[in-house]
Design a protein. Structure first.
Length: 169
């Protein structure tokens, strides 16, 4: 146990020694990129969103039509259930139940497929953005570029440079 204490102490000091060897902390150049803004504001992201909207538009309209049918059938049941025969009421309730189950299934499948396609499209955009960030980091001699931070100063935010580079490509 006594032999392990110096080893742990040496391991704990390694990061501090690395910074000391690298020189003064003032010499470290740090940047920040907002992936949220890249995925929202970049031309490739806008193009991907339009592509997805067009790709899923017809299915979304079909689901909306089915939802409208369910609402109309529900309204008919609420309005006319008192005057309807028991068998007609049960038939319409069964139809409404099937319609609602089908609607929920279609909505779930729609959301899952849309999320899968969105993730595919956005992954490509993130890969392109990461290449651009790497190029900027090398060209401007950054030591570290972060994509997530609890706090960041606007002076280290290079998101605009990345957006401009993505626009130019």
């Amino acid at each position: 146990m006594k032999l392990l204490a110096p080893l742990f102490f040496a391991l704990a000091l390694m990061p501090a020694l690395a910074f000391a060897q690298a020189g003064d902390l003032k010499d470290i150049k740090i940047g920040f990129v907002s992936i949220e803004r890249i995925l929202k504001d970049s031309p490739p992201a806008v193009k991907a969103n339009k592509k997805l909207e067009k790709e899923f538009q017809a299915r979304g309209q079909d689901i909306e039509k089915m939802a409208k049918q369910a609402r109309e059938l529900q309204a008919v049941l609420e309005k006319e259930s008192v005057t309807m025969s028991e068998s007609d009421r049960r038939t319409k309730e069964g139809e409404l139940g099937r319609l609602n189950r089908d609607l929920q299934r279609l909505q779930r499948e729609f959301r899952e497929e849309l999320n899968l396609r969105r993730n595919e499209e956005f992954q490509q955009i993130i890969e392109r953005a990461n290449k651009v960030v790497q190029q900027i980091a090398e060209a401007e001699k950054f030591d570290l570029i972060l994509q997530e931070a609890v706090f960041r100063s606007p002076r280290i935010d290079i998101t605009e440079k990345v957006l401009k580079a993505l626009t130019d490509k």
